[in-house]
Unconditional design. Sequence first.
Length: 690
Amino acid sequence: MTVCIQRYQIRLQHLLQEVIILSKMLFPKMAVSNIRKNKKLYVPYIITAIFTVMMFFMNISIVKNKNVAAMRGGQNVVVLLQVALVVSFIFSAVFLFYTNSFLMKRRTKEIGLYNILGMEKKHISLMMLFENVIITIISLIAGIVFGIIFSRLMFLVLMKLIKADSVPAFVISTNAVVVTIIYFISIFAVIFIYNFVKVQMSKPIELLHSDEIGEKEPKTKLIMTILGLLCLGGGYYFALTVSSILKAVQYFFVAALFVVIGTYLLFTAGSIALLKLLRKNKRFYYKTGHFTAVSGMLYRMKQNAIGLANICVLSTIVLIAVASTVSLYAGMQDSLNTAYPSEQNIVIYGTDASVLDETKNRIYDCIDAHNAAIKKDYSYKAISIQGLLNTDNTFYTDKDSMSRYDESMLGVCQIMTVEDFNKLYDDSYVIDDKASAILVTKEKLDSKDSITINNSDNVSEYKLIDVLTDDEKYFSGAVTSVVKAYMLIVKDMDEMNHIRNLVYGNSDKRSASISYNIYVNTNLSEQDSRQLSKDIEAESSPEAYVMCDNRYDIAEELTQMYGGLLFLGCYIGILFLMATVLIIYYKQISEGYEDRRRFEIMMKVGMSREEVKRTIKSQILMVFFVPIAVAAIHVIVSFRIIKMIMVILSLGSNMVLFVWCTIFTVIVFCIIYALVYALTAKEYYNIVQG
């Protein structure tokens, strides 16, 4: 008995060894064979995985490059790249999961067949593990290799965009390689676990006949359709009716969220309602091409809806991100000229006018000491008060009064003397009375008789002798504000000080000071000009604080910020464009296989090959161009709110450029979209007619 047991154990050990050897040889071969047989599905998936790894690696390589952070203004660039890295981090996981779902859907019958032929689920899972390992290894090796090759190019492009004085050394970060490997192995491991659980929980017969199960006609979901219309309408309402830049910033993401939710609901439920309405239209529906296209889409809309909504949302993000960042970068010089028209933009803060004048004289002595010839200069004194102007022309400056009104009414009023105003804008206004003033505003006023400044019932009323509204002349450059902007022109410095005391009392805060604004252009070189700015700021004293913005410094900061934003916009645009293309491709491939049997039946019942082709074309056109059309509508509606946000980034003076950049981006995107349509439609025809 003992001998028999020993023999059985020896045989079992030999059998296990054979199984292990077989598994080592068979399952890897099966995995490679499956990838080859399903190359139409796997090749795009592997290419996408390689591209995703490459983009992630290139981004993290630059973020981890210490030389970038060490360069002047490099910290700002790194922050923008970290935003791109977060987007790439989330995108990589979500998108690889999404594309994996297409693969699994197409392979359910094949997996069911393996199970029916005798392979246990654990063996199928083992085979899938080898497939996953092969794809992971190919994606990581190729992605990192291409990442190393193109990282240098991407780095040079970034340096070119931010116009770096010198290109720092580019070093391949070992840390970046390790992080990339760990992250993507984790993603592919979770994908395998998901596929493993799905196989273990499925039944062989269900898998084998999964593609033969017809889609039930989806019911018209009236509540979801109405909810979708309300969400989309609400998002559009926020975008079209926003009244101030502050509101635009607050409501942008709310409006975007409503539009995204509305888009998904309307594609899911609204599309079914629309198709059923088309079916009721007998003139339209009973045409050969329309009949098959509409009925086919209606029965499969459950699966189509999410894919179409994804394409629409991704297309909208690509268009807005690229158009906005391109226009900011292209309009950078205009923004600089408008906001900082002079080489030296000097502000002296103080409360004593005589001290301000003395400080100004020292600054001009400093300019002379640099042997600088002044080409042009101008200056003016002003104070700024924050508050809100209500309908009866009372400008409230205390917090209690302001809290009773909508914050969209908030504004900044700059007070200056008529003498300085005339010099600044080449005018010849006269104010003889201390109780009279001139108001400059872009806002519509119910009354133009007088204006009252009110600070906790301490009031000062002025009769308005004129109200000026010339946007081009008075509201350009630094005067442009994210809140409502006003200028109140008074008789002299005594009256300006009276308003300052009324609003700020004895406050010694810088915001309560008189600002002496001086703008100077010289003949100095860039290096000497930068040094002059530092020396001017050194003229500060306890009674007068001096701040000097050098045009060259500001230009460098703007270039770094806008160059980084353009890089970020293009990076996100490329990622999401790739996602859009692949979703379209897999959608067409999946539908091609599903439609093959249907069109075979149509030809058997009498439809000609040409009629089948026309039907296919009608269906593809409807599916393809509805998402891009809706995305274009989203962009048009969002234009107003985005335009307001662009003012914060100093593009308020060149909206024409933004319009043209948006139009150009839409045209280029549509061309790419049409090319994708042509390629995937051809593949679809081949599958259906195969």
